[in-house]
Design a protein. Structure first.
Length: 225
């Protein structure tokens, strides 16, 4: 279990240990999980046996175009896998599901697709984190909204530190995500295992605007003592 010192020395947005998945690679990994395979692909189709790969086109497209094409190819592969009966709730050894992987990258289309195929939004990984916590650690209010509208628990806390999605968002200074969570019932008065509120996480990281938003929300809530 990570200690408070470890968490404060790392970025809040580090549930994958800093692997830095690209969107296409992330979805390709989700496909691998759902179909019971292992490893991370790049979202491209495998070459038929006995045929050499085609040489890359010249000139190469800009990196952003390649990334977009890779994401779309990976998304199509995910749809085919789900259509073929792949398990949308399959998990890796750390308990991470395809929905968590897609949520971490803020890939709305993949999140929506997985939810349409009965991915469970409140499944927890080995540390007790949910897909909503993964999404809330990044600047992805639309992805967070999708998960909340699918029934994700806005106030679930992880097992490692007792952090909620609101605390992950606050620690990263994601004001739009904090606002989205508050609008969907996230409780700013909840404390983690060390007694810290979401506002304390934001203050520790110097996110003054988020601190003000959270304290204002807490002050205006009649149920907050």
């Amino acid at each position: 279990m990570p200690t408070r010192d470890v968490w404060t020395k790392q970025r809040y947005r580090d549930p994958f240990g800093g692997h830095g998945y690209r969107r296409a690679r992330c979805i390709a990994f989700a496909v691998a999980l759902a179909t019971g395979l292992s490893g991370c692909g790049d979202g491209s189709e495998p070459e038929p046996a006995g045929r050499a790969p085609e040489p890359p086109a010249s000139p190469a497209p800009p990196p952003q175009d390649r990334e977009s094409a890779g994401s779309q190819a990976a998304l199509a592969a995910l749809r085919r896998a789900l259509d073929g009966g792949a398990d949308p709730n399959a998990a890796d050894p750390e308990g991470r599901t395809p929905l968590m992987l897609a949520a971490f990258e803020g890939h709305e289309e993949a999140v929506r697709l997985l939810l349409d195929y009965a991915a469970e939004p409140d499944v927890r990984d080995a540390s007790g984190r949910t897909a909503l916590m993964y999404a809330s650690s990044g600047p992805f209010p639309a992805t967070v909204t999708l998960l909340l509208e699918a029934g994700a628990d806005a106030n679930a806390a992880d097992d490692a530190e007792g952090w909620t999605a609101l605390m992950f968002a606050a620690g990263e200074g994601n004001a739009s995500v904090v606002r989205t969570l508050l609008d969907h019932g996230a409780d700013p008065s909840l404390a983690d295992g060390d007694g810290d509120l979401a506002a304390d996480h934001a203050e520790r990281k110097g996110h003054s605007a988020v601190v003000g938003m959270l304290r204002s929300a807490a002050a205006s809530d009649p149920e907050v003592p």
